[in-house]
Design a binder for this molecule. Sequence first.
Ligand code: HEM
Length: 183
Amino acid sequence: MKGVIFNAVEEAVTDLYSADTWDDLLDKAELSGDYTSLGTYDDEELFKLVGAAHELTGIEANELVRILGEHAFPHLAKRLPDLCEGAANTHEFLRRVNDIIHPEVLKLHPDAAPPEFSFEDLPDGALRVTYRSARKLGVLAEGLIHGAAAQYGETVAIDVVSGAGEAVTVFDVAIVASAEKAA
Ligand code: HEM
């Protein structure tokens, strides 16, 4: 996994807890933590950090990945601000992640392997998202989507339809509240 993801997770932990907590996690996981944005690190390091965070907080691993994804999102988005701003809403932004943002990531980091998404508009207005990646990190995608929705002033409900924790995960993303609608 690219270092930029570890950097964003570090920033999320620092926002939610503190820089000391990040150091505690590194100690517990026996990792050096010298992540450079351009470097590539074993995915296992991410799972070790989540394991250490589980020991420290008691929060279940999937829930931790979701929380970290949500809070890592703004730190990831600021790497490509022009591409991450200006979508009309969360649904349009998610299509942009697949069509523009991850392809741009591949130009910047040719050794990266971001997941693939496909989309289907459902009659009830929700967006059906199919996540595909051998990394089986659909739960990270869920967290990032919550973070993206916050950027667009929306709250989303994500319903996993099939394949939780698998290489292909299908989930429905419904907008349940929006600042614009409330105004
Ligand atoms: C809601 C928005 C986004 C979603 C749902 C999403 C989803 C994901 C997921 C789940 C992964 C983990 C790898 C995998 O599962 O195969 C990933 C990797 C990655 N994403 Fe995104 N992402 C989003 C936005 C962004 C943005 C804004 C950037 C801008 C920098 C970005 C850059 C990356 C990079 C660099 C990787 C690492 C790929 C690798 O190491 O091989 N993503 N993304």
